[in-house]
Design a protein around this ligand. Structure first.
Ligand SMILES: *[C@@H]1O[C@H](CO)[C@@H](O)[C@H](O)[C@H]1NC(C)=O
Ligand SMILES: *[C@@H]1O[C@H](CO)[C@@H](O)[C@H](O)[C@H]1NC(C)=O
Ligand SMILES: *[C@@H]1O[C@H](CO)[C@@H](O)[C@H](O)[C@H]1NC(C)=O
Ligand SMILES: *[C@@H]1O[C@H](CO)[C@@H](O)[C@H](O)[C@H]1NC(C)=O
Ligand SMILES: *[C@@H]1O[C@H](CO)[C@@H](O)[C@H](O)[C@H]1NC(C)=O
Ligand SMILES: *[C@@H]1O[C@H](CO)[C@@H](O)[C@H](O)[C@H]1NC(C)=O
Length: 296
């Protein structure tokens, strides 16, 4: 199958499946899973035609009732922050939920956060500064880290504590597990037990949501293209049936991915309007799969 999706497992009881969306990728390009970066490859999804994330988002909101995950990595210098803030603002202005996603695999220059790499204190400071900037945006979601491997729950707890200490108490925080946030090994890898310990400063678990990722093929990479829509539809039906614990899904990926990238969910701009990929239009869009009674 040719699409990867992200699921969010809620710790508290929901009243309906709430979120469907897509990644607007590009500001994350260039960094490997070992945390080394080649920033030349960064491709802000801001200006190009079919890579125009700013244009894609209003289309996805209008035609697909989507929310967005906004991956970002590299050096958070003035240019990078300016670009990222433009993306977040464009997302917010659609009225959709916008997930701020630090896309570093819990790695920096080959070292693991809190385990020889940047300390948990440095990681907490990064999150404090990010959240402090967007803390008044009610529809921002904070994604602590994309696909860590080897991340201790201590680093996640540090980010949660830092986030709440800005006063941002109402927003959802997505807690990443071990082994690339694997859904398949969520229990066996120890992620579930470790993340169950994470708390808000007041001791509650309000708005702390577990984040799990999965490629549906056997080797967790690409796989068969033929079956992808039907596999995804089965997954989404399962999620809809379990809406009390599963909040939704975010597909990988649109934004700066070319429309011929194997996992592309980038819509095609034909000069006057946007056309969705088959994956989005037949499986992922809640407007067509009709499995959501409401989309927040
Ligand atoms: C998107 O929504 C607009 C407004 O409802 C509609 O005019 C347009 O045809 C839709 N586009 C697609 C691809 O469905
Ligand atoms: C900031 O970082 C980006 C991407 O990481 C890089 O392309 C750019 O040259 C940097 N700009 C400055 C002023 O350092
Ligand atoms: C990570 O997940 C893959 C499958 O998703 C599994 O094959 C592997 O054994 C897992 N590793 C750990 C350390 O859990
Ligand atoms: C995974 O399987 C696909 C075929 O389904 C193959 O093209 C790909 O190279 C495999 N990836 C790895 C890392 O083995
Ligand atoms: C371009 O895409 C829009 C939105 O799907 C559609 O309404 C329109 O017919 C398309 N135009 C052409 C020339 O394909
Ligand atoms: C866009 O979608 C419209 C309506 O389905 C179709 O007529 C048109 O051929 C599509 N254009 C492209 C370039 O895919």
């Amino acid at each position: 199958m040719a699409s990867k999706s992200y699921l969010a497992l809620a710790l508290s009881v929901a009243t309906a499946t709430r979120f469907a969306g897509v990644n607007i990728a590009g500001l994350d390009f260039g960094c490997g899973t070992d945390g080394t970066c080649n920033v030349i490859q960064a491709c802000p999804p801001l200006t190009q035609l079919e890579w125009d994330g700013l244009g894609q988002m209003p289309h996805f909101v209008e035609n697909d009732s989507y929310m967005f995950r906004l991956p970002m990595t590299g050096v958070l210098n003035q240019t990078q922050f300016y670009n990222y803030n433009m993306l977040v603002n464009a997302c917010s202005s659609t009225g959709a939920y916008c997930e701020i996603d630090i896309h570093n695999y819990a790695r920096y220059d080959g070292e693991i956060i809190g385990q020889g790499g940047p300390s948990n204190e440095v990681f907490a400071e990064l999150w404090y500064n990010i959240v402090d900037y967007w803390k008044y945006e009610n529809r921002v979601i904070f994604g602590v880290m994309n696909e860590p491997h080897g991340v201790p729950a201590g680093s996640v707890q540090a980010a949660v504590t830092a986030t709440r200490s800005t006063g941002a108490n109402s927003q959802i925080i997505l807690l990443p597990g071990n082994n690339y946030t694997s859904a398949e090994t969520f229990i066996s890898s120890g992620s579930a037990a470790a993340l169950n310990m994470v708390r808000n400063p007041d001791g509650s678990i309000t708005n702390l949501v577990m984040d799990v990722h999965k490629y549906l093929d056997y080797n967790n990479s690409w796989g068969d293209v033929d079956l992808y829509v039907s596999y995804l539809s089965q997954q989404i039906a399962y999620q809809a049936a379990n809406f009390d614990v599963i909040l939704g899904y975010i597909g990988w990926a649109a934004g700066s991915f070319a429309t011929n990238y194997i996992l592309s969910e980038t819509p095609y701009y034909n000069g006057t309007g946007w056309n969705d990929t088959l994956t989005v239009s037949t499986a992922l869009s809640p407007v067509t799969n009709m499995l959501f009674s409401s989309v927040a």
